[in-house]
Design a protein around this ligand. Structure first.
Ligand SMILES: NC(=O)c1ccc[n+]([C@@H]2O[C@H](COP(=O)([O-])OP(=O)(O)OC[C@H]3O[C@@H](n4cnc5c(N)ncnc54)[C@H](OP(=O)(O)O)[C@@H]3O)[C@@H](O)[C@H]2O)c1
Length: 296
């Protein structure tokens, strides 16, 4: 095995949510970080540079650029871009496999792939199966690899899954049955876990970890927001037909199936003892109830 010490940790996606959290956690641990970026002059890339992050310009279509960016690094973290169509799924796999090829060519000692919960197998969820394909490709590369498999982001409750306030009641509506526990994690904690693995301060038996911080049901999620707001709460399970995107339909269909294996929150907490549960995420992010939609 190739071993190097005190080199940089390379991060692909550093200007994004998860990669950004990985950079935050690495810098907090005193690591040298090299961000693989496509637009070094962008505001986000420049903000990283201002914090001491090295910038390496990469183009996925130019393998030499990614191989050069990965020379002499101790470890490499990569995520793959969001895919909202079958065409984008193929692009996601293309990006992921190209990064694996580059890591192999640069003989990177340890590669950490930011996959997704459940990607140990094919599930019929296109944007999860894409990550399964990348995981399999990475395993075949012969590189030392660790799969970090995050559950749904808690941050979704600030955007696409935000609860509303209706006639003094916090209301959450999701296309998920009442009794199903939704696995979730804060993006900050994805960064913490990935950073510990990249710096070899965490042990991941089996080379993969599902990263969750909580798994409440819909009514429990609504209650957590209600408790924070000091208001009553209500959960309404919606049919899958409310979703406009077939990929999301496949994902929520999968979420509704009983889990085929238990979540291992203890393994996550062993790496990051302060991993947030949903109540802590709500408190720490300063969430406040939205304006009331009083019905006339
Ligand atoms: N939403 C959820 O609940 C959830 C849960 C688990 C997993 N996921 C998965 O998480 C992934 C999205 O992660 P995220 O939210 O952290 O992404 P994000 O914030 O959208 O960031 C994407 C990053 O990838 C970079 N990038 C994209 N294409 C690139 C290219 N061709 N060359 C170089 N850099 C490129 C972007 O750089 P620029 O700044 O140049 O654009 C940016 O840094 C998706 O695969 C999704 O399926 C999501």
């Amino acid at each position: 095995m190739v071993t190097r010490e005190n080199g940089a940790i390379a991060v692909f996606g550093a200007t994004g949510q998860q990669g950004g959290a990985v950079v935050d956690a690495l810098l907090a641990r005193g690591a040298r970080v090299r961000a693989l970026v496509r637009t070094p002059k962008s505001d986000r890339a420049q903000a990283l540079a201002a914090r001491g992050v090295e910038l390496a310009t990469v183009r996925i279509d130019d393998p030499a650029s990614t191989v050069a960016a990965l020379e002499e690094v101790d470890a490499f973290y990569f995520m793959t871009p969001e895919a909202n169509s079958l065409e984008e799924i193929e692009e996601e796999v293309r990006v992921g496999t190209a990064l694996v090829d580059a890591a192999a060519a640069a003989r990177v000692p340890h590669v950490v792939f930011n996959s997704v919960s459940g990607a140990d197998r094919e599930t019929g969820v296109p944007h999860h199966d894409s990550k399964h394909r990348i995981e399999e490709y990475l395993k075949l590369s012969g590189l030392r690899a660790t799969m970090v498999r995050p559950a749904a982001f808690m941050e979704n409750f600030a955007t696409v899954m935000a609860p509303s306030l209706e006639d003094g009641t916090i209301v959450l509506r999701l296309p998920l049955p009442n009794d199903i526990a939704l696995k979730m994690i804060s993006i900050k904690d994805i960064g913490q876990v990935a950073a510990a693995i990249l710096l070899d301060t965490a042990d991941v038996p089996g080379g993969a970890i599902e990263v969750i911080g909580d798994e409440p049901t819909g009514p429990q999620i609504a209650a957590a927001f209600g408790a924070r707001a000091g208001l009553p709460s209500r959960y309404e399970a919606l049919p899958l037909s409310v979703l406009g995107n077939d990929l999301d339909k496949a994902m929520f269909r999968q979420f509704a199936k009983p889990s085929e294996y238990p979540s291992d929150l203890a393994a996550v907490k062993a790496i990051e003892p302060t991993t947030w549960d949903l109540a802590e995420w709500i408190r720490s992010t300063g969430w406040t109830a939205p304006a009331d939609r009083v019905r006339s």
